[in-house]
Design a protein around this ligand. Structure first.
Ligand SMILES: Cc1ncc(COP(=O)(O)O)c(C=O)c1O
Length: 373
């Protein structure tokens, strides 16, 4: 088998990301039917690895469902098939992906949106009041709000939910396997994530993790969707060790390699490495006057950088692409002033240094003293 060609571009976007050589090589070797025993073994392995990364020990009855579809598919699956009847979904929003959760929630459920404004702290006082007044609530929130780069306080929200016996659904689509988040203490009912971001595999798969008992009761809920119905997926996984429909087998094969690499590196070491890369990126940007640390907790996944003076994003994007780098536009109110650079996937410090060499050719820097990080 010949190795796949390595990517020509360095992807500095939060997804898709550059995959490692081992993952890319396996992509060329997929020949497996999803109705064979070896597929069941493969699926079991990736499910166990996902739960391991979520901090669940093997003795805890928990489940990871593997869906074919991007992160939005997993979010829609939860909001369409895992909300109990007569339950209000309370969505906490402070950016584009919280807003997307709210839109999906409102398609299927009675929904209340607690919007704090882009980049602002979530309003937990209002949430506590709402939880005290409403007995049947599922709170939905984003862990890493990818549009702003900020982390939301999942543990604090989980404590409130626990106190008021509310369920908690966390979209960790961009943060899982990078910023620490744990299902171990049972504060999160359902967590979603995807293959193509911090897990550093190819995009196209998404996952819903939770306690087995919480998945088992979904069969009692009225059926409101089919393909992404989690009760169907849970049944196929527990009864046959399979997926109900034809999954993206090749992506699951490559996912296994990515997850094995995460286990081999160890989560803590991996987190320290990703912190180091984000810090290097931010220090170099700050030295050029293109970054100032936010007052709130930031994800290690990406950095919102200021556009160099006099350069609009489309022009910067075009010139960076010519130099071999893919960058992202900022979203919402940040658009026009910022661009996004991510340091997950198969990225090294050398790649970041090459990025700055290219940036300095495009926009010669005015170096400033490194500001506080
Ligand atoms: C936090 C968050 N949620 C949901 C999504 C949607 O994921 P996808 O584009 O894979 O459907 C994204 C994508 O960037 C995200 O960052």
């Amino acid at each position: 088998v010949t190795a796949c060609p390595l990517p020509r571009y360095t992807l500095l976007c939060p997804g898709p990301v550059n995959v490692g050589r081992r993952v890319a090589e396996v992509a060329c070797q997929c020949a497996l039917s999803h109705r064979e025993e070896s597929f069941c073994t493969l699926l079991r392995t990736v499910q166990q690895d996902l739960l391991h990364i979520a901090g669940i020990d093997p003795a805890t009855p928990a489940t990871a469902l593997v869906l074919t579809g991007s992160g939005t598919a997993a979010n829609e699956a939860v909001l369409a098939s895992a909300v109990a009847p007569e339950t209000t979904v309370v969505v906490l929003t402070n950016g584009a992906f919280g807003e997307q959760l709210a839109a999906i929630a409102a398609t299927y459920n009675r929904t209340v949106v607690l919007d704090s404004g882009w980049g602002e702290k979530l309003d937990l006082t209002r949430l506590a009041r709402l939880l005290a007044e409403n007995p049947r609530v599922m709170v939905a929130m984003v862990h890493h709000e990818t549009s702003t780069g900020l982390l939301n306080p999942v543990a604090e929200v989980a404590n409130l939910c626990r106190r008021h016996r509310a369920q908690l659904f966390v979209d960790a689509v961009s943060s899982f396997a990078a910023d620490p988040i744990s299902l171990a203490d049972g504060g999160i009912t359902f967590l979603t994530t995807s293959s193509g971001m911090a897990i550093a595999s190819f995009p196209g798969l998404s996952f819903v993790l939770g306690r087995t008992a919480d998945f088992a009761r979904l069969g009692d809920y009225p059926v409101r969707n089919h393909y992404l119905n989690l009760s169907r997926h849970f049944q196929a996984a527990t009864e046959d060790g399979q997926t109900p429909d034809t999954p993206a087998v090749s992506l699951i094969t490559t996912l296994k390699v990515s997850l094995a690499e995460i286990r081999r590196e160890g989560f803590d070491r991996r987190y320290r490495r990703l912190c180091g890369l984000a810090m290097h990126m931010r220090q170099q940007l700050a030295a050029r006057g293109l970054y100032q640390a936010a007052a709130r907790a930031q994800s290690v996944v990406l950095t919102n950088a200021r556009l160099p003076r006099g350069l609009l994003f489309p022009e910067l994007q075009r010139q960076m692409k010519e130099q071999g780098f893919v960058i992202y536009d900022a979203k919402g109110p940040l658009r026009g002033k910022f661009f996004q650079v991510s340091t997950i996937g198969d990225i090294t410090r050398t790649d970041i240094d090459r990025f700055f060499a290219a940036l300095d050719r495009i926009a010669p820097p005015v170096f400033t003293e490194v500001q506080l990080l």
